[in-house]
Write a protein that binds this ligand. Structure first.
Ligand SMILES: O=C(CO)COP(=O)(O)O
Length: 136
């Protein structure tokens, strides 16, 4: 599975804690992240993560493009609901596209943990049948 990992600044410690705890599951999959999130995850866990641009510089849109091509299977996005972000339109677009393409999306730690356990039980294996498909 292709998994996107994203966290706003006040949630960076959470995503590092999360990816450390779930490394045994995550290391079986192809990981992608926005720039700074990916850097911190790689430094803390040693996981191999494909880094895009930083979120405010287009990283969210790069991940959104993969979603639109059915080339992303899950998004773990620990967003900060209490801090205004300069790239709010990009964030909204990414979340909207996750719903358009019915991509499992976690915007907080609790939901992220549920998705990790579901992933590990094989409950998302259906995603392999939609890779690369475009809507008719
Ligand atoms: O702003 C972000 C997502 O909207 C995260 O970007 P960074 O991982 O580069 O901090």
């Amino acid at each position: 599975m292709k998994i996107a990992l994203i966290a706003h600044d006040k949630k960076k410690k959470d995503i590092v804690q999360f990816t450390t705890a779930y490394k045994p599951i995550l290391e079986k999959h192809e990981l992608f992240a926005t720039g700074t999130t990916g850097k911190k995850i790689m430094e803390a866990t040693g996981l191999n993560v494909h880094r895009f641009q930083s979120g405010p510089y287009g990283g969210d849109q790069q991940i959104g493009a993969l979603i639109a091509n059915n080339e992303m299977d899950m998004v773990i996005f620990f967003r900060d609901p209490l801090t205004a972000q300069p790239h709010e339109p990009d964030i909204s677009a990414l979340i909207r596209l996750s719903d358009v393409y019915e991509i499992p999306l976690a915007t907080n730690m609790a939901t992220g943990e549920l998705l990790m356990h579901a992933l590990d039980r094989g409950e998302l294996n259906w995603r392999q049948f939609v890779h690369g498909k475009k809507d008719d």
